[in-house]
Design a protein around this ligand. Structure first.
Ligand code: AMP
Ligand code: MG
Length: 344
């Protein structure tokens, strides 16, 4: 080979090496991954972001959760939001009026199955600390203090009828907080990220390959959180799941879990193992996942179809007690566990 040709090849090689080096530097810096974990909202929160390094990621994320908590809970009477006086009133911060509007609408849509007025029952069952169920008399009393007719929502105010009525936002808090964190992080110089609030997922931004995020849906029959039944693809929004496996205690071989049926006052005897909702709006996703768990498979199908028609959600994944998976809406899923199959 001529000396001149050799030099040409060498120059080309050096050029390719330099270009690859610069390209890999650019790619690495834009794909820079950061993860922070913290305990909030009664669960482990993990925020993973890709993009320019953010030194204050932890404090920004924690502050966003505090902001969500403030918007939901501020000005509430103490004692777990149970009113101690007749006609007690919660004045909502302006920004949260819409959140409660959405939540009360889901109460309507689920015919009272998603029902924030059950605070007296949630407090009585105290699933995190209890080891034996409350008595029938205690349940009847808490039930008499709960119910849609005990609270009213109007003009940015929530009012209670009698002392002992209350409001519990446990079924919307994480969905809403996911949206608030995502909004705060979207304002930073980041490419994309995934917010995991105890299994409730919120994604934001766009992956460099323009592919969707693949989110694993947990096996409700397993204690291992990484054990998944299927994956679902989403480009944006929330993936929120409710199931009896999340919080419970066992007494005489029976499981008492944290999702209460407002019509009985007992943990819901649902025919479902879990309900997952996909939505651009975390509040709708969270409220509907809880409400649909209570109403069970057949009623959920109708409610969720209506919710899709009204553009509240994008789709849903229902796993029933027969290990059958019902998909509602046009969503892309893939089963990863042979023990489960799609319902016919
Ligand atoms: P999630 O994990 O989103 O299904 O919400 C469950 C939490 O919401 C419970 O820990 C209670 O604080 C509250 N909750 C339980 N049952 C209901 C219900 N039927 N409607 C509204 N909130 C509920
Ligand atoms: Mg919920």
């Amino acid at each position: 080979m001529k000396e001149e040709t050799k030099m040409k090849i060498l120059k080309k090689l050096i050029f390719i090496i330099i270009i690859s080096f610069v390209f890999s530097l650019v790619c690495c810096s834009s794909k820079n991954k950061q993860t922070v974990d913290f305990y909030s909202l009664d669960t482990i929160c993990t925020v993973t972001v890709y993009g320019k390094e953010q030194k204050n990621l932890l404090s920004i994320s924690q502050k966003a959760v505090e902001k969500a908590e403030y918007l939901l809970f501020s000005d509430t009477p103490e004692e777990n939001y149970i009113s101690s006086k007749a006609e007690a009133i919660i004045i909502l911060p302006n920004n949260s009026v819409n959140v409660f509007k959405k939540a009360f609408y889901i109460t309507e849509l689920t015919e009272g199955a998603f029902n924030m007025s059950i605070a007296p029952l949630v407090n009585l069952w105290d699933i995190k600390n209890r080891t034996i169920p409350p008595t029938c008399e205690e349940i009847d009393y808490a039930l008499s203090l709960s119910g849609e007719d005990k609270i009213s929502f109007d003009n940015g105010k929530i009012s209670f009828k009698f002392p002992g009525n209350g409001i519990d936002i446990g079924a919307i808090g994480k969905g809403y907080a996911g949206d608030v964190i995502a909004k705060e992080l979207t304002e930073l110089d980041l490419d994309y990220g995934i917010i995991n609030l105890g299994g409730n997922i919120r994604v934001f931004g766009q992956k460099p390959d323009n592919k969707p995020f693949s989110i694993g849906i947990r096996n409700p029959l397993s204690d291992i959180s990484s054990d998944i039944v299927l994956t679902v693809s989403i480009y944006s929004g929330s993936v929120v799941t409710s199931g009896a496996y999340e919080r419970y205690f066992e007494y005489h071989g029976k499981r008492y879990h944290h999702i209460i049926d407002p019509s009985t006052g007992y943990p819901s005897e649902s025919d479902l193992l879990s309900v997952t909702i996909l939505s651009e709006d975390g509040v709708y996703a969270d409220a509907l996942s809880t409400g649909c768990f209570v109403i069970g498979l057949e009623k959920s199908k109708n409610v969720l179809k209506k919710a899709i028609e009204k553009n509240l959600i994008n789709g849903a994944i229902i796993i029933d007690e027969n290990k059958k998976i019902t998909i509602i809406g046009e969503i892309d899923t893939e089963i990863k566990n042979g023990g489960f199959s799609y319902a016919k």
